[in-house]
Structure formats: structure tokens, C-alpha cells
Design a protein around this ligand. Structure first.
Ligand code: TRP
Length: 454
């Protein structure tokens, strides 16, 4: 394998730059907003256990597969697949992995940006002291008020898209990656403080019980699908985002170690978020299955009552915005680099087009919380449908294809060379997982969810 093949977009300065960028992509709204609310909707412990199992046996192996493909192909997911399918002697149709990934990233960002907009709105609300001593009812009303206002939602969505495209236009390595290096540890510390506060509130053991004692009677086929989909979503897998980050990875970095670090940090943040939020839910007699508004209806109650709460709340939502920001970038990066590589656009032009299209589609999500809230397809609003289609279908499908490609088509020598594992056994474990366990698991979960089996 030639050492000279490099991405035209540059290379990470080293292993830590990559770990921070990938962790920046992984840790985001998925951990702090989505994980708690889908855990609440799907009954707690059993869901969490299935999610953790998916991270371990599907997520980490697929992350390794994506990084190794990226580093070997050194291009956007579509061009990477194009190069590697030649190496694997595979059919041209495999490029679909790249195409579907680009589409999934674009669809996800369109609603991700609207939710990140909620967090932006809450930075302001926290800072203004709106929640001081607020009752749970008042906090709920304030959130409902935000959702009911398309104007406000659109404003914050637009601001967030603008922020994202600004960073992407300038090239990812410049400012944000540096900022993420100290903002993410700060978010982590703030979460610890929140968990500490939650422990003092009384309902902590009830929350621990809810999160960690599995009751499998509460889980459905769809619940398992959502848990698996979320493992992909939270680790940014199945659409080429990590593949593209892998394309900038220096040759001698260990893919295995970095993957385990990234997945570990991501999981820890999600669990801490759960431990911070559910005590508030139970202590105030709120509903764990309240839906997408869960953190916005619970955390402000705690911030409104703890000493220095307005400041902590302000910082918390600010850091959440940063976490979402560094994730959003990786959602649109494949589309932008593709436009640059294949349509000969300048980076700035590519950003304008990709950003505009995403912003437009996001308006559908904005409206799904008010004017269109009663318009449903399969019982789902526009937002629910987009979320379900991307996280629970497109990402696992992308992961399935990546697994088959890496473990059945790509020559073993290629993956062996990229992973460069010291232990034979470790390589065989990984290969077995990607070759058999991941594809079977994804297929079984799909079939189970549509009711064919189980
Ligand atoms: N992982 C991010 C989160 O948890 C979201 C995200 C960023 C993502 N890039 C992605 C999800 C690529 C799927 C694919 O918030």
C-alpha cells in the first residue's frame, strides 16, 4: 500500500487531533437530548442494556471498519468507495454506500439544526434568569411556547445553520477543532456537577433503578430497532462521517485503540446525561416518556432551584450548542467535500448550496411542531418520520453494507494491514464480528421490527 496516498483536504496533525475531532462528531445532541428521551419512551433499563450491547458488538467494530476504509481510500465516502471497490474487485453499485451516506447526513442535519436551535434559545433563556424558582408547570409552558412559535424556531434554526456553514466553509481544522478540545472536557465536568446535584435530590436511586434494572417486558421490536439505530447515530456511524475523518488519519495511528476511546467517551456522556436528568424527572413527578422535549422540560427545573443555577444553566446549554456544532459539521462534510471534489466548486460555494438545501428542508421540521403537528404519515409527524427513516433505517443499512464490504469483499490483507493489530486473536474477533455478527444482527433487528419474526 503506498504511503503517499493522501487526502487532498489535508491530514490531522496526529492521533489526538483525530480523537478529538471524532469525539466531537460523536458527542452531541444524540447523547444529551436524544438518549435520555428515547430511553424514557422505551421503558429504561432493558433499552439501555440493548443499546450498550449494540455499541460493543456493532458500533465499535463498524467504527473500526469505517476508519480503515477511510484511511485506505483517502477521499469523500463516494470516492473512497469508488477506489476501494476496485481493490476489492466489487461491483460499481457499492458506491451506493457513499451516496446514501451523503443523503442521510443531509436529512439528519435538517432536523438536527432545529433541535440545536432549541438549545440556542435556552442559552438566552437561562442567561436571562427566566427559570429562577420556576415550577415544573411553568417550565413546561415555556417549552410549549417555543414549539408553538414557528418564527422563533426558524430564527434559531437559521442561526445554527449559519454557524455550521461558516465553520465548514473555513475548513474544519481551523477554529472549532481547537475549541472542542477544552469545551468537551468542560461539558463533561458540568455534567458531573449536574449528576452530583441530582444525587442530592432524593430520587437518584429511583433513576438508577430505571436506567439499569432491565425489565424486558417493556421492550418491543421497535424498541430494539431504536436502540440499535441510536448506537449508529450516537457514534456517527453508517453514513461515512467517520470514514471521512479516517481519510485524514495519519498512517501509524492505531485504529482499534482510538475507536474504543471514542466509543467509551461517547457512552459515558450519554449515561451521565441520563443520571442527571431522570432524578429530576422522578423527583418532580414528570413523565419519563415525555418525548423530544424531555431535557428542556426537566433541566431548567433543577437550574431554577440550585444555587448559581442561572449561570450553570447558561453554561450547560452553551456547551450543548458547541457539542451539537462539532457534530453538525460532520453531517454536512461529506456533501461539501463531494461537491468540491466532483463538481469543481470552491469550498465556499459548496457550503452555500449544501447549507441552503439543508436549511430549506429544516423548515419542514420547524412546522411539524406547530402548523403541521396534526399531519401524520404512519402515525408520525414530519420530524418523527425523518428521524425514524435516517437513524433507524438508513444508518443501520449503511452499517450493514459497510460490514459486508469490509469483511466479505475487501481482501483480508488490506484490513489486516490497516488495523495492524499486534494480536492475531484480536483481528479474528473483529473480523468475525463484522463478517457475521453485525450483518446478522442488523437483519434480525429489521425483520423483528417489521414483525416478520419474533
Ligand atoms: N453523533 C452525533 C450525536 O450524537 C450526531 C452525528 C454527527 C451523526 N455526525 C453523524 C449521526 C453522522 C449519524 C451520522 O449528536
Amino acid at each position: 500500500m503506498d504511503d503517499t496516498r493522501q487526502s487532498v483536504h489535508g491530514q490531522w496533525s496526529g492521533r489526538w487531533a483525530f480523537v478529538f475531532a471524532a469525539t466531537g462528531s460523536a458527542v452531541g445532541l444524540g447523547n444529551i437530548w436524544k438518549f435520555p428521551y428515547i430511553t424514557g419512551e422505551n421503558g429504561g433499563g432493558a433499552f439501555v442494556l440493548i443499546y450498550l450491547a449494540c455499541i460493543a458488538v456493532i458500533g465499535i467494530p463498524i467504527m473500526m471498519a469505517e476508519i480503515l476504509l477511510g484511511r485506505r481510500g483517502r477521499g469523500t465516502p463516494i470516492n473512497t468507495m469508488r477506489r476501494l471497490l476496485r481493490e476489492a474487485g466489487a461491483h460499481k453499485a457499492w458506491q451506493v454506500v457513499g451516496w446514501m451516506g451523503m443523503l442521510a447526513g443531509f436529512l439528519i442535519l435538517s432536523y438536527y439544526s432545529v433541535i440545536a436551535g432549541w438549545a440556542l434559545a435556552y442559552v438566552l433563556r437561562m442567561g436571562s434568569g427566566e427559570f429562577v424558582d420556576a415550577t415544573p408547570e411553568r417550565v413546561g409552558e415555556l417549552f410549549a411556547g417555543l414549539l408553538a412559535s414557528p418564527g422563533q424556531l426558524l430564527f434559531w434554526h437559521s442561526l445554527f445553520m449559519l454557524m455550521t456553514m461558516l465553520v465548514v466553509a473555513r475548513g474544519v481544522e481551523q477554529g472549532l477543532e481547537k475549541a472542542v478540545r477544552f469545551l468537551m472536557p468542560a461539558l463533561f465536568v458540568l455534567l458531573l456537577i449536574m449528576v452530583g446535584y441530582a444525587m442530592s435530590m432524593g430520587a437518584f436511586s429511583q433513576a438508577v433503578d430505571f436506567l439499569f434494572s432491565p425489565d424486558f417486558s417493556k421492550i418491543t421490536g421497535t424498541g430494539v430497532l431504536i436502540a440499535m439505530g441510536h448506537a449508529f447515530f450516537t457514534l456517527s456511524l453508517g453514513m461515512g462521517a467517520i470514514m471521512i475523518y479516517g481519510a485524514y488519519l495519519p498512517r501509524h495511528t492505531s485504529i482499534t485503540q482510538t475507536s474504543i476511546m471514542i466509543a467509551g467517551a461517547d457512552t459515558l456522556v450519554a449515561l451521565l446525561a441520563g443520571l442527571a436528568i431522570f432524578p429530576i424527572v422522578f423527583a418532580n413527578g414528570l413523565e419519563p416518556g415525555a418525548g423530544p422535549g424531555l431535557i428542556f422540560e426537566t433541566l431548567p427545573i433543577a437550574f431554577g432551584h440550585m444555587p448559581g443555577g442561572s449561570l450553570f444553566g447558561f453554561l450547560f446549554f452553551l456547551l450543548l450548542v458547541f457539542a451539537a456544532w462539532s457534530s453538525a459539521i460532520s453531517l454536512i462534510e461529506p456533501a461539501v467535500t463531494w461537491l468540491v471534489e466532483n463538481r469543481n466548486m470552491s469550498r465556499v460555494r459548496a457550503c452555500v448550496w449544501a447549507g441552503l438545501a439543508t436549511w430549506l428542508l429544516g423548515i419542514g421540521t420547524v412546522l411539524s411542531f406547530n402548523y403541521w403537528s396534526e399531519i401524520k404519515l404512519f402515525g408520525k409527524t414530519f420530524f418523527d418520520l425523518l428521524d425514524f427513516l435516517t437513524a433507524n433505517i438508513m444508518l443501520p443499512l449503511g452499517g450493514l453494507l459497510i460490514a459486508i464490504f469490509v469483511a466479505w469483499l475487501l481482501p483480508r490483507l488490506s484490513s489486516q494491514e490497516e488495523l495492524a493489530m499486534r494480536s492475531e486473536l484480536a483481528y479474528h474477533v473483529w473480523h468475525g464480528l463484522v463478517r457475521y455478527v453485525t450483518p446478522l444482527a442488523v437483519i434480525i433487528v429489521f425483520l423483528n421490527a417489521i414483525g416478520v419474526i419474533g
